[in-house]
Design a protein around this ligand. Sequence first.
Ligand code: PLP
Length: 368
Amino acid sequence: MNIYKRLGVKEMINAADSYTIIGGSLMPNEVIEAMSEAARAFVSIEELHDAVGKRLAELTRNEAAMVTGGAAAAMAIAAAACMAGADGELAGKLPCAEAGRNEILLYSCQNNGFVQAVRLTGAKVIELEDRTPDSDRQLREAITGRTACLLYFVSTQFERYAPPLGDVISICRERGVPVIVDAAAQLPPVSNLWAYTEMGVDLVIFSGGKTLRGPQNTGLVVGREDLIAACRAHSSPRSSVGRPMKVSKESLVGLLAAVERYVGLDQEELSRQYEFAVETICAHARRLGLRAERLYPGPTGQSYPRAALYPDPSCGYTAESLQAELKSGDPMIWVGLSEDKAAILVNPLHLQDREIALVCDRLARLVG
Ligand SMILES: *Cc1c(COP(=O)(O)O)cnc(C)c1O
């Protein structure tokens, strides 16, 4: 009996996304083996951070990189780095940064639940008005001696009303204000690992437990060497705001193994696998009498397709009730729902080959 059965916890098929509430992603064998190997000896965590960071920087074509305890932890640590730099004494003062650079700029339309992470450092979030014809001037005026950085979310969901990233970077550059980009789920394309830093972003954050398929509680920060050094000053094992966001030796090597694997994957083959899953499910749904279409791009603009299946009244389900029915079966199947609630959305990112058939079978039993 496997661990989940022994605990009486149901397993599920993830046809939805890399959601934290269902475990993020599954670690490939290379990652599990690296973690298990790391678990067998003591090492200096600082030395391991140095070595893993150096290798991650090479793999992602960046000046520097580090592993954090999740992308949200990376947001807190990157904010602290921009507020206090690598100064140990200042680092010890956070999160009570009454003086100094304690303000983080953010476009209004980009405010979301994850922003809470940067407030852990004591920073104040200053909201900027969304894109107007006067955005450049407004940003220049909003920057003061208290500005620590600007936080920007690259995702179709949060980017649509904000000024373009390129414009924001050039103004912030002019004023010496670092730009932090949250790209937690923005893979594929794999080139995003270096594309934002090439554009001039100072620090870019990815989740280790989403598309990269590393340990669920890891994050990856890439970017400027001095700022990554500052991030380290605000991280465990040092006494700092980041100390509660410890990264274990197992997680450090686990994320490295995941990134090594991800950048080495045949991206065209991966993309053919996603297309195959989507095509198979669409064709099957059409045979069952449902309207089905391929959606592109991914949920926040990533370069992969999804399947949208539209139940019509004759099949006895609305999209919402079909989603609920799939979730209540055994194994549970998690699918998404379109914004207008007309379609269920099948995401191929974490769907394994044998699971495609299971999803098709269940659909046939329900609407066939
Ligand atoms: C998932 C996500 C995070 C948090 O990532 P974790 O690795 O789970 O901490 C932060 N920002 C965005 C935009 C995300 O999608």
